[in-house]
Ligand binder design. Structure first.
Ligand code: GLU
Ligand code: ZN
Length: 472
C-alpha cells in the first residue's frame, strides 16, 4: 500500500438512518484517510430532495460521531470546497453542465417515464441489456422546439462516445474494462432540474480532491459512466475501491431485520461503538489481529491491500462476541457510567465500586445490571425454577443452620466454612443452595462481594424464606 496521504470521503444520501452497510463503508474510508495522514470528507448527497431530510442528516452526523468517526471537511465543519451538501451546490453543477453542453456532449431528452419503460421491456424481450435507445439523441432544433412547445419536460443526457473502452484499475476487483457501446446515454440532470447521482457525485469527488473512492460494489458498473464525465471535463479521476456488499448469515442479502438494523438501533440496544467497529472492520477487510482492536490498533492493522472480494457476512453472533470484548475493555469508570442509569441513587463510591466489579462479568448490555440491582438493593425477585429445586434439595435443616451462622456476622469465608461444618456439605452442594436462596438464581456474579452490599437482616430473611420453602 502506498503511503501517500489519501483523501477519502463518505457520501451518504440522507434518505434514511445510517445502516450497517453504509457504516462499514464510512469506517473503511475513514481508516484509509487516517492511516495515511490524509483527509476524510463528509459530503451529503441530497440532490433528490423528495427523499432527503434534515432529520436523517442530523442522525447521520450523530451516529458517525458515536461510531468514533470525525471528518475534516463537511456540512457542519466547513472546508475549502464548501458547501458540502449537494442541494447547495447547484450553481457549481450548472457551471460544469454548461461546459459539457458547450462541448456538444449533452442533449435534452423528452421521453416520458412510460415511453422509457416500454423501450426497456422491448429490449429485455429481445434478449438485449436495456439501455437508453437514443430516441432524442439526434433531434434537430425544430424537433426540439416542437417538444418544448408541447410542454414536455426535458431531462439532460450525456452523449456517451461510441466504440471506446473505459478501463480502470479497481483496488479490490483489479483491472476493469467496459465498452462504451454497452452504456446508453444517461441522465445527468433530471426534469426537475436536480443533477443525477452519476454527475454530481463524480464532479464533487474531483473538485474536493478525493483520491480514493471506497464504496459498495453495487457502484462498480457506475464507475465507467463517471469516468467518462470526468474525462470529458478534463477533471482528475480518483482511484476506486469497490468493496463487497454486506450479506446476511445465510448468504442472502441482509435480511429485513439485519439490513434494517441501523446504527441507532444497535446503540439503543446498548451495543458499544467499539464492538460495532470491531465487527465492521472485519467485513470486506481482513485484519491481521484476531483479537480486540482499540482505535489506535485498528488504524495500525488497517491495510487497503487486505480489502477483499469475498462476501462480507454480517453476523450477530460475532457482533455479540465483540460486545463482550468491548465491555471487558471499558475502564472501571466507563463501565460504571455505562450502567449508571440502572443503578439506585444514593450509593456510596465504595458500594458502587464493589457492585460494578462484582456484576461486570455478567453484563453484556446495561439493562443486564437491573437484575443484580434488584437482587442486591431491592426486594428479591421470583425464584428461578432451578433455584427452587436447589433449595428443596438442600432441605430445611440446611437453612436453619445457615440462618444461625449468618446471624453471628462473620466474614463470608468463615460463614461458609461454618455452615459447611454444621451441615456436612461442601462444594456446589454448599454454595448452590446459598446462592439460590439469596439471589434467586443458580448462577451469577461472585457471591462474596454481593453479600457485603445486602443488609444482614435481608440475607437472613431470604434464608428463612428458603427454609420455609424447603419444609413445605
Ligand atoms: N450517495 C451514494 C450512495 O449512498 C454514494 C455512493 C458513493 O460512495 O459514491 O450510494
Ligand atoms: Zn429521450
Amino acid at each position: 500500500m502506498t503511503s501517500t496521504p489519501l483523501v477519502t470521503r463518505f457520501a451518504p444520501s440522507p434518505s434514511g438512518h445510517l445502516h450497517l452497510g453504509n457504516a462499514r463503508t464510512a469506517l473503511l474510508s475513514y481508516l484509509a484517510a487516517r492511516k495515511t495522514g490524509g483527509r476524510f470528507i463528509l459530503r451529503v448527497e441530497d440532490t433528490d430532495e423528495s427523499r432527503s431530510n434534515d432529520v436523517f442528516m442530523q442522525s447521520l452526523f450523530d451516529n458517525l460521531r458515536w461510531l468514533g468517526l470525525d471528518w475534516d471537511e463537511g456540512p457542519d465543519v466547513g472546508g475549502p470546497q464548501a458547501p458540502y451538501r449537494q442541494q447547495q451546490r447547484r450553481a457549481i453543477y450548472e457551471g460544469w453542465l454548461a461546459k459539457l453542453d458547450a462541448a456538444g456532449l449533452t442533449y435534452p431528452c423528452y421521453c416520458s417515464p412510460a415511453e422509457l419503460s416500454l423501450s426497456r421491456k422491448r429490449q429485455l424481450a429481445a434478449g438485449k441489456p436495456p439501455r437508453y435507445a437514443g430516441t432524442c439523441r439526434e433531434l434537430n432544433a425544430a424537433q426540439q422546439a416542437d417538444r418544448v412547445a408541447r410542454g414536455l419536460p426535458a431531462a439532460l443526457r450525456f452523449r456517451v462516445p461510441t466504440a471506446q473502452t473505459v478501463s480502470f484499475d479497481d483496488v479490490v476487483h483489479g483491472s476493469q474494462s467496459f465498452a462504451t457501446d454497452d452504456i446508453g446515454d444517461f441522465i445527468i440532470r433530471r426534469t426537475d432540474g436536480s443533477t443525477a447521482f452519476f454527475f454530481s457525485n463524480a464532479i464533487d469527488d474531483a473538485l474536493m480532491g478525493v483520491t480514493l473512492v471506497l464504496r459498495g460494489d453495487d457502484h462498480l458498473t457506475n464507475t465507467p459512466r463517471q469516468l467518462l464525465i470526468l474525462q470529458a471535463l478534463q477533471l482528475p479521476a480518483p482511484r476506486y475501491a469497490h468493496v463487497a456488499l454486506l450479506i446476511g448469515m445465510d448468504g442472502a442479502k441482509l435480511s429485513k431485520r439485519e439490513g434494517a438494523m441501523s446504527l441507532g438501533d444497535l446503540r439503543a440496544l446498548g451495543y458499544l461503538p467499539g464492538a460495532v467497529r470491531n465487527h465492521l472492520v472485519r467485513l470486506g477487510h481482513s485484519c491481521v489481529t484476531d483479537g480486540w482492536l482499540d482505535d489506535a490498533a485498528m488504524l495500525a492493522d488497517f491495510d487497503l491491500a487486505r480489502l477483499g472480494r469475498a462476501a462480507a457476512r454480517f453476523d450477530e453472533a460475532q457482533l455479540l462476541h465483540w460486545q463482550k470484548e468491548a465491555v471487558a475493555h471499558l475502564s472501571d469508570e466507563a463501565f460504571r457510567d455505562w450502567i449508571a442509569e440502572h443503578l439506585p441513587s444514593g450509593l456510596t463510591g465504595s458500594q458502587l465500586a464493589t457492585f460494578a466489579a462484582a456484576v461486570r462479568p455478567n453484563i453484556v448490555f446495561p439493562r443486564d445490571a437491573m437484575q443484580w440491582v434488584a437482587v442486591v438493593f431491592g426486594e428479591p425477585t421470583a425464584l428461578a425454577p432451578e433455584a427452587a429445586d436447589a433449595i428443596k434439595e438442600a432441605g430445611a435443616d440446611f437453612f436453619a443452620s445457615a440462618v444461625q451462622v449468618f446471624e453471628r456476622g462473620l466474614d463470608f469465608r468463615q460463614t461458609v466454612r461454618e455452615i459447611g461444618q454444621a451441615t456436612l456439605r461442601k462444594g456446589p452442594g454448599l454454595y448452590m443452595p446459598l446462592r439460590a436462596a439469596i439471589t434467586g438464581e443458580t448462577h451469577g456474579p461472585e457471591l462474596a462481594p454481593l453479600l457485603t452490599l445486602i443488609p444482614a437482616a435481608e440475607i437472613t430473611a431470604r434464608l428463612s424464606r428458603a427454609q420455609q420453602l424447603a419444609s413445605a
